[in-house]
Design a protein around this ligand. Structure first.
Ligand code: CMP
Length: 220
């Protein structure tokens, strides 16, 4: 959905740390992000799992208004944000008015479903290296930000990756340290995430691990 196509006056400012809604709450509106970032988290047996960190142009909270069910996750403002709240009536109006908005909404939902399916496939692997390398490749694909000719930034910490991949942060850190020694990743200066340095080699590494797994050299 295009932030510019909605009246910017409708945007409401929320400071970092604001909990917009919690998993299990009833929900009557979705939000479009005009500025800032929002972290979407879900409770799990091992603690809190980050599903996504969303930025400008992205939306969230649509599931409760489309399905009538409770919020499937908690949304917290990460960096001071300006959000446009959209209730069910307004969403209907937007969809009816603009095929372009409808298609963009459908595309985003389809990509989110694909990412969820890809993550489920990753969780079938038991080997921590396979999970981390594939998880990182998935993050590059779904939420990587280009920073240079062959450098992509992903906003994820070993803790986040661990909760997404069902691994302890130490296991993730061990694999990331190996990737760092191999020159494939580097921690971002501010500690907020990682720079993936050589995408081609990361893909080759995914293929290499997959081949070893197929030949029974790694536990699956
Ligand atoms: P809703 O269930 O209303 O409230 C929580 C929101 O988090 C949900 O709508 C989606 O917008 C968003 N959400 C849920 N799962 C994911 C996911 N896997 N990736 C990104 N966003 C998600």
């Amino acid at each position: 959905m295009d932030a510019e196509s909605l009246t910017p006056k409708l945007a409401v400012a929320y400071p970092a740390g604001t909990v917009l809604f919690r998993e299990g709450d009833p929900g009557a509106e979705m939000f479009l992000i005009v500025a800032g970032t929002v972290r979407v988290t879900k409770r799990s047996a091992s603690g809190e799992r980050t599903l996504a960190v969303l930025g400008p142009g992205e939306f969230f909270g649509e599931m409760a208004i489309l399905t009538g069910e409770a919020r499937s996750a908690t949304a917290t403002v990460e960096e001071d944000a300006r959000l446009v709240p959209i209730d069910a009536g307004m969403l209907e109006h937007l969809v009816a008015r603009s095929p372009e908005i409808s298609v963009r909404l459908l595309k985003r939902l389809a990509f989110r479903l694909k990412a969820t399916n890809d993550l489920s496939a990753i969780l079938l692997h038991r080997d921590a290296r396979v999970r981390v390398v594939r998880g990182l490749a998935l993050l590059v694909e779904t939420q990587g930000e280009e920073r240079g000719p062959d450098e992509v930034y992903v906003a994820v910490t070993p803790e986040d990756l661990g909760t997404q991949l069902g691994l302890a942060p130490e296991e993730v850190a061990t694999v990331l340290a190996r990737l760092e020694r191999g020159g494939l990743v580097a921690p971002a200066g501010d500690g907020s995430g990682y720079l993936v340095r050589d995408l081609e080699r990361l893909r080759e590494f995914v293929d290499f691990l997959t081949d070893r797994e197929a030949s029974g050299e790694l536990e699956t």
